[in-house]
Design a protein around this ligand. Structure first.
Ligand code: NAI
Length: 820
């Protein structure tokens, strides 16, 4: 067509970016790219290669090394060798390197933008304006944190060698999100890019080396899921950071359970896009375009469920269809297109398959015209006539498919929005700021955008609630994911045979006839080292504490008891033998106590002070009990009670001070990083310092607004049951603290497997920690475990580190555009 023709038709003319620099780079490598290990390209040890193709045309781009366990091992070893030197460079030295990486990205931005568009199929307009500048911003922002590390994170040290596995939807941007904080904090990295899109990661590693990044600091091993699995399995890796599907995230959680490897998971989503009738509808239509047709909808936080208030629903859908008709699909290098190609024929088939499954269920499918012939293209798609049960409302499609429903009022909007197993993001559109700020806290999502969508920045943490994973990327909170508390790392790890006897006292034992101890048949060390020989001693028993559930003392379901031996081998008392049903009841009571999570920090601190006040009144009685049961000398027992009081004061103090933050991203928006409770937290207590350890774990959990189900340690569960009498008199609302005594490993397993429990903390036994991690995969609950480390709960440097408070909250980032 001539220019004159374009003027007469008013159609867009193509404005295609040259692919020459990217082709030249590929040609320089003879279109055959090895891994990048220890500062240079490396051919695969097993000699296997795979192909990466252009989704827009199907043309071959390059052959890329397929990583084997040997390649992974070489990369991990290179990272291990480099890490002490990288750390020794100091914060300023690393800041200079990160700054150099940012500058390197900026200098070669067009090359990256073109290569990314070719390999992934996404529009150059997006790689040029978003992926690459934002990647550079991540390195600049984290150069700042590297500079500040020595002063801001004095008590922390790097994890060591970090394995990072990333998906194909934002190949270079994900690389930046992953490696910038890791490198800034002194870790070395082995990164595995996705098999569909390995090229920009390999280019980055090469140019980083040219920019002076020392060998071994960043290693890239290309390959598929098997390569990723080899990285996850490698014993030399200290932490795994994964972004990808929930299914693979689950598999990684299972495989790392009990290994001591730290883990963060950024998984899938099915995010709601809520339009109230008082929204600026045209602005909201543009919002939808960015929410679901940006990056072909291949976005983990895509606003894929449209919820529109019924009064404006028809009008909104009409406007949306009109806008869809003007969206242009085509060659990713054409700067006038809105949507490029889907990453791979397999993903295209998956999208098409899900849409057909929706059609078969009766959904109405509306697709914009104008799909280019050839290549992996899928049109912008709007689905109506669906219910909450429809496959297209439930499944993450990871494509340009929007499923729409209407709602009547605010409460229904929130209910529909939260009706998903995911919790990554949400978008709220209304001109009424009060309504927006009422809805944002009610949404179960790690990010909430108000009158905006898909905004990202290095200063604002990103990450999910529920099955969207855990951990945050970006912001100060993202740095802690690549650090560990120095004092924590120095703790002794107990030998497997260490049991309560090593702590100087025997453990609870079932009384003859005691029934219903779940997991009693488990062959783990927790159950196996239960001290024998005390069940037949018959000193006087004054009373048997019951379970404490929903603010009431209740008999255990199966009615059994466990004996609690005293320090001299006599019988100190009995506790109820709780079972799976008791845990279920306790969890249900904790769920009902949701008002606690909405109470103010001030109100929660008052209750914690009151608990301390009432415990202080019974100080001598508690000390006597500790001395009698655990054999603690009386002076030490008094000290334990005093420290427990101080710990309660400590967390009462923080209850109204452990604030979030307001971030200032480089755009007109404020981001409220709010600390929100996790919900229901299971706490499995250690045997040592029975009162102090339980208080140290429980106090931060409830101070931050969670409700707890506590399984006391084995040596002196009576310390815990005595405490419920204190709770009863201290205005602790029923259900906020629930105590289930019984066989610890079995009860811990019940908590870890329970889908209404949001997190489990497990201390005091490595085997139980492993099982808790392994069983947490059902709803991908957060876990906080000691992996068998011996925590001295009197040591404030460990037990009062903000680590405990951080573990008790999740950060919700609420983006509020403001100003001009
Ligand atoms: P995936 O989760 O299989 O792949 C993500 C990364 O994990 C890739 O680098 C892959 O090689 C690696 N991987 C695969 N299996 C692994 C294993 N067993 N151990 C370690 N690493 C492993 O995602 P895939 O297959 O590319 O996409 C499938 C679906 O997952 C998409 O349709 C979408 O629904 C979802 N997805 C979600 C993403 C997100 O950011 N939330 C990103 C990519 C995919």
């Amino acid at each position: 067509m001539s220019v004159a023709d374009y003027f007469s038709s008013m159609d867009y003319g193509p404005a295609t970016e040259s692919d020459a620099p990217a082709r030249a780079w590929l040609a320089a490598h003879a279109a055959r790219l090895g891994h990048f290990i220890d500062g240079r390209h490396a051919a695969p040890v097993q000699g296997q290669w795979f192909e990466t193709r252009e989704p827009a045309s199907g043309a071959l781009l390059a052959s890329v090394a397929q990583g084997s366990a040997d390649d992974v091992d070489a990369a991990v070893q290179a990272a291990r060798r480099a890490q002490p030197h990288w750390l020794a460079l100091g914060g300023h030295g690393r800041a200079r390197h990160l700054y150099a990486l940012a500058r390197m990205l900026q200098k070669h931005s067009r090359l990256y933008a073109v290569l990314e568009a070719l390999d992934n199929g996404k529009p150059l307009r997006e790689t040029r304006d978003l992926d690459i500048p934002l990647a550079a911003r991540h390195f600049l922002y984290h150069a700042g944190w590297a500079q500040l590390q020595d002063s801001e994170f004095r008590d922390y040290e790097p994890q060591g060698v970090v394995g990072q596995i990333i998906p194909w939807n934002f190949p270079l941007l994900m690389l930046a999100w992953k490696i910038a904080p890791a490198l800034a904090m002194g870790n070395c990295v082995v990164l595995k890019p996705a098999e569909f899109t390995p090229l920009t990661a390999l280019l980055f590693a090469e140019l980083a080396a040219r920019a002076g990044l020392p060998p071994g600091v960043l290693n890239v091993v290309a390959g598929d899921g098997a390569t990723g699995a080899a990285l996850v399995e490698h014993a030399g890796v200290d932490k795994i950071a994964f972004t990808g599907s929930t299914e693979v995230g689950r598999a990684i959680r299972s495989r790392t359970a009990g290994s001591g490897k730290a883990l963060t998971l950024e998984l899938g989503g099915k995010s709601p896009f809520i339009v109230f009738e008082n929204a600026d509808l045209d602005a909201a239509v543009e919002g939808v375009v960015d929410a679901i047709w940006f990056n072909q909808g291949e976005v983990c936080c895509a606003g894929s469920r449209l919820l529109v208030q019924e009064g404006v629903a028809d009008d909104f859908i009409r406007r949306l269809k009109r806008r869809m008709e003007s969206l242009r699909l085509g060659d990713p290098l054409d700067k006038t297109i809105d949507m490029g190609a889907i990453v791979d024929p397999s993903q295209l088939a998956r999208i098409a398959g899900l849409v057909e499954a929706g059609r078969a269920e009766g959904a109405q499918i509306w697709q914009a015209p104008g799909v280019p012939a050839g290549g992996c293209f899928y049109p912008p798609t709007l689905v109506t006539g669906v219910s909450t049960a429809s496959v297209l409302m439930r499944e993450e499609i990871f494509g340009p498919v929007l499923a729409a429903m209407s709602f009547r009022n605010k409460d229904e909007a929130v209910e529909l929005a939260n009706n998903t197993r995911y919790g990554l993001a949400a978008s709220v559109w209304t001109e009424n700021i009060s309504l927006a700020l009422e809805v944002a806290p009610a949404l179960a999502a790690g990010v909430v955008w108000i009158n905006a969508t898909n905004l990202f920045d290095a200063a604002a943490g990103f990450g999910g609630y529920r099955e969207s994973g855990y951990g945050r990327e970006g912001g100060r909170e993202g740095l802690y994911e690549y650090l560990k508390l120095r004092a924590w790392s120095r703790l002794r790890v107990r030998a497997p045979q260490d049991g309560p006897s090593a702590a100087g006292a025997p453990a609870v034992a079932p009384l003859p006839g005691a029934g219903g101890t779940p997991g009693a048949d488990r062959a783990d060390s927790d159950a196996a080292d239960t001290g024998p020989g005390h069940a037949w001693a018959v000193p006087p028993i004054d009373r048997t504490p019951k379970l404490y559930i929903g603010g009431k003392q209740v008999r255990p379901d199966a009615g059994g008891t466990l004996s609690v031996p005293d320090a001299r081998g006599g019988l100190a008392g009995e506790v109820a033998a709780g079972n799976r049903k008791d845990i279920r009841n306790a969890v249900a009571a904790a769920r009902r106590a949701a008002a606690w999570s909405r109470a103010t920090g001030h109100a929660r601190s008052q209750v914690l002070y009151f608990v301390a006040e009432n415990l202080a009144q019974r100080r001598d009685e508690f000390a006597d009990r500790l001395a009698a049961v655990a054999g603690t000398p009386l002076a030490a027992a008094l000290d334990e009670v005093e420290r427990s009081l101080a710990r309660l004061f400590f967390h009462a103090a923080w209850a109204d001070k452990f604030d979030g933050a307001v971030h200032a991203p480089p755009m007109r928006a404020a981001v409220l990083a709010m600390h929100e409770p996790l919900g229901v937290v299971g706490i499995v207590c250690p045997d040592e310092q029975p009162l102090l350890s339980m208080v140290s774990l429980l106090a931060p959990v409830i101070a931050m607004g969670n409700r707890a189900v506590v399984v006391p340690g084995r040596v002196n569960p009576l310390a815990a049951t005595d405490l419920y009498q204190v709770f009863e008199t201290s205005d602790v609302p029923g259900g906020v603290v629930n105590i289930v005594t019984g066989e610890r490993a079995g009860l811990a397993a019940c908590l870890a497997a329970h889908d209404d429990v949001d997190a489990v903390w497990s201390f005091g036994c490595a085997a139980t920690a492993r099982e808790v991690e392994a069983l947490s995969v059902g709803n991908l609950k957060r876990t906080f475990v000691d992996h068998g480390r011996c925590v001295d709960w009197s040591d404030d440097a460990v037990a009062q580190d903000p680590l405990f408070l951080r573990q008790a909250v999740q950060v919700k980032n609420v983006w509020i555009p403001y100003g001009d």
